[in-house]
Ligand binder design. Structure first.
Ligand code: SF4
Length: 292
């Protein structure tokens, strides 16, 4: 089996942000999961490494920085030597509020820090994230003090980034802000049983990425985002292709990838192994993909 990354869902917490596609936002706290099992984490790590993983990423159902920082510290210090790339995903509010603790406990272990940022326009950002942070200060702190590569994770949506021109503007805003990598993502069309308001927002706002490669989609979204029309413009340089088919671009000095939803992908490569609730899956909490 070939694997890119081990994603560790550290715990179930809440989030200060309020992304409309997310069930963990706005103070909604999920039922607590089992006590985190560090033995299971060790096994998952071994499994990922023996399957070729080069990265580990810490995530949560919510903002991992609203959980216990000592647990994150333990995860990072146990795995820090194993994986060349170590990342954490957060909207970022907790970093600005606790800069010294962040640097001491977490920052210096990381190679990459992913900020959830839905738009470059402050009004749209506020509407889609529920937060407006001082990104200039945050990014310069992360780069200069913590020495991490800063990545923006941006969901493509009808209400957010919905056209190649907007994507260009977002990329340019990232470059000016000091953000070095951008991941544009497709909305995951929700499973049955999800909160109906969230499910309808996702269905109404989904954008499908246009490139086909080896992906097999039976349920296209409501609109298509033409990645290829970006490539036709001068400033875009394809750099390499991931084994599962996505191309990584250099767009005006920013490292950019357009990430398809994993739901309908199958192939010999697993992009993320997911350790959640002390179980290891080949997809985020999908029982049908359980490994152990
Ligand atoms: S930042 Fe992440 S966890 Fe928080 S509301 Fe947005 S998607 Fe959900």
């Amino acid at each position: 089996m070939e694997v890119q990354c081990l994603r560790v869902i550290s715990e179930s917490v809440t989030c200060d942000a309020a992304c409309p596609h997310c069930p963990y936002h706005g103070g909604k706290r999920r039922a607590e999961v089992d006590q985190f099992d560090f033995q299971r984490f060790k096994r998952a790590r071994q499994f990922a490494l023996q399957s070729g993983a080069v990265a580990m990423e810490i995530d949560a159902k919510g903002d991992p920085l609203l959980g216990e920082w000592t647990k994150i510290y333990q995860l990072l210090s146990e795995a820090g030597e194993d994986f060349p790339q170590i990342g954490l995903i957060t909207p970022g509010k907790g970093i600005l509020e606790e800069q010294d603790s962040f640097l001491n406990l977490i920052g210096w272990h990381l190679t990459n820090l992913t900020l959830t940022i839905p738009h470059h326009d402050p009004k749209k950002r506020k509407a889609l994230l529920g937060l407006n942070l001082d990104y200039k200060s945050l990014v310069s702190y992360l780069r200069d003090e913590c020495h991490v590569v800063v990545r923006a994770s941006c969901l493509l949506s009808q209400q957010g980034i919905s056209s190649p021109n907007e994507a260009f503007d977002f990329i340019h805003w990232c470059r000016e802000t000091g953000i070095q990598q951008v991941v544009f993502k497709e909305i995951e069309i929700p499973e049955e049983g999800m909160d109906q308001n969230i499910a309808s927002w996702c269905r109404e706002n989904a954008l499908e990425l246009d490139f086909q490669e080896n992906w097999n989609f039976e349920n296209p979204g409501h609109a298509v985002f033409y990645v290829n029309s970006l490539v036709e413009q001068n400033h875009v340089r394809p750099v390499f292709v991931f084994p599962w088919g996505e191309t990584v671009y250099d767009i005006d000095g920013v490292n950019v990838v357009f990430e398809k939803s994993e739901k309908n992908y199958y192939g010999k490569f697993i992009r993320f192994l997911v350790l959640s609730g002390n179980r290891l899956y080949a997809r985020w909490e999908s029982e049908g993909t359980i490994i152990f």
